[in-house]
Ligand binder design. Structure first.
Ligand code: DUC
Ligand code: ZN
Ligand code: ZN
Ligand code: ZN
Length: 476
């Protein structure tokens, strides 16, 4: 036969176009699109389906190290990527954290150990820099960037992660020098500590007050500070997990000034609100929704859509950061009941990202199919150095494909999930549009919720420098 596989009769969608075509696959790659392409060993009938590039989720946390005695992450690479492929996502970028005092190279190797042979989908790593020592910035980071770890994240809050302004400037300077893309967690450390202590003194310790301890002004101030430092150093930055209007407007303002400031938003900021964090006991499940930045309100959903439609945000991610709900190691652990400050920040969602975004975006008429593909796949590939291998349906691209039924209605429920977490924060959400088949490198790895792939099908992706990470023309 001419091809290994032919996907016949579907409607292909890329970030640019929508067209009726068959897709021919050989050796794990797309080799042709069009009509009457030839014979194939296997044919998949995609009539009535959308044929889209597999999702790329450039913001997930899998097997992330937690301090001893604190809740541990619910998903490792096996369960987390199983959930990804079930949701139509074929590439994840996860975080390799540098514990303070540790070397970067040893830190990233530890995450390779957790992922190798375990992953159902392809994966790469962003580094998290917590300890920007002279050796890290002078030697290790440039060397790792050269090895394909071309992006890293820094935090403006959390005791064990926070960088001060001088450290941020030094890290930005290093990124500028090696052409890496810096992702910034924008929430102000001191403001959060002030608010947390004030709320605790007033006895306001329930999960709901997690949201009150880090209101939008705290996110906006940090976003503005990060943007200012990036302008000073002349380096592009990506502001991740933007929750509402305040930070969105900072990014838009920076973009209108001509600064290379990029934005990411996530499922929770168009689907959850602070109200969800009310209540704590078994029947009152506020702790399930605790993540950072916290979910805001419905007006914020509108602001996020404004940013999506206006091009402020390039990527839509899950920020899958799963913890168990039940049990002493989970979000309900005894310490967490004494104050929101001990509830681990993060929620699962890698499986639901495309479902929720398609339903609220495409099915409800807020964005086009092409914008959906751009924000869930193509832009992630371009932003993080995976293009033109990942992120489109065209000859030469990896045959990472999701067949999507735009008309199928489902209700999201834990019983449908493939993660290891014991709940989904999107429980009960009705969606229209559903992934029905996922292919990785031309192999069917999930068929209508049934996992056909194996751990180890997915491979590590060293990445090229981001074309978006170069300094501005004005100053090189
Ligand atoms: N930042 C993330 O990116 N994910 C979860 C929690 C956090 O602070
Ligand atoms: Zn973060
Ligand atoms: Zn995250
Ligand atoms: Zn391998």
């Amino acid at each position: 036969a001419d091809f290994d596989l032919l996907i016949r009769g579907g409607t292909c969608v890329t970030a640019a176009d929508t067209f009726r075509a068959d897709v021919a696959i050989r050796g794990g790659r797309i080799v042709a699109t069009g009509e009457n392409l030839g014979s194939a060993d296997k044919v998949i009938d995609a009539s009535g389906m959308l044929v889209m590039p597999g999702g790329i989720d450039s913001h997930v946390h899998l097997a992330q190290h937690s301090a001893p005695g604190t809740p541990q992450m619910a998903d490792g690479f096996e369960s987390g990527t199983r959930s990804a492929i079930a949701g139509g996502t074929t590439t994840v970028l996860s975080f390799a954290v540098q514990p303070r005092g540790a070397g970067l190279r040893e830190s990233v190797m530890a995450y390779h150990g957790k992922a190798e042979g375990q992953s159902f989908c392809d994966y790469g790593f962003h580094l998290i820099i917590t300890d920007p020592s002279p050796n890290v910035l002078g030697q290790e980071l440039p060397s790792l960037v050269g090895d394909g770890y071309t992006s890293f994240k820094v935090f403006m809050t959390y005791d064990d992660m926070v960088l001060n302004d001088r450290q941020l400037l030094d890290v930005f300077d290093c990124a500028r020098g090696c052409g890496a893309l810096v992702m910034v967690h924008c929430e102000g450390y001191d403001a959060i500590r002030y608010m947390t202590e004030k709320l605790e003194r007033a006895g306001k310790t329930a999960p709901y007050y997690h949201g009150e301890s880090r209101p939008q002004v705290v996110e906006r101030e940090a976003a503005h500070r990060a943007i200012s430092h990036a302008e000073l150093v002349d380096v592009p930055i990506m502001i991740v997990h933007v929750s509402g209007r305040e930070a969105m407007e900072q990014i838009r303002w920076a973009q209108q000034k001509g600064l290379k400031v990029y934005g990411e938003t996530c499922t929770q900021y168009i689907a959850l609100t602070a109200e969800d964090m009310k209540g704590f006991n078994m029947d009152e499940t506020g702790g399930k929704y605790v993540c950072s930045p916290p979910p805001r309100d419905r007006a914020s959903w509108d602001a996020i859509w404004e940013g999506i439609r206006g091009g402020v945000f390039q990527t839509f991610s899950s920020d899958h950061c799963p913890f168990f709900w039940e049990g002493t190691e989970g979000k309900q652990n005894p310490k967490a009941k004494t104050s929101f400050r001990w509830v681990p920040n993060g929620i699962p969602g890698v499986e639901n990202r495309m479902q929720v975004f398609f339903s609220k975006g495409v099915s409800e008429g807020r964005i086009s199919l092409n914008e959906f593909v751009a924000l869930t796949s193509t832009n992630h590939a371009k932003m993080y150095g995976l293009y033109p291998r990942k992120g489109s349906i065209a000859p030469g691209f990896d045959a990472d494909i999701v067949l999507w039924d735009a008309n199928r209605e489902e209700t999201i429920s834990q019983s449908l999930m493939h993660h290891a977490a014991d709940y989904t924060p999107y429980e009960g959400l009705r969606v229209k549009g559903w992934p029905v088949m996922t292919l990785l490198g031309g192999k069917v790895v999930c068929d209508d919720g049934r996992i056909l792939g194996r751990p180890g099908d997915g491979h590590f992706l060293p990445r090229a420098l981001s074309p978006f990470a170069g300094p501005s023309a004005r100053q090189r």
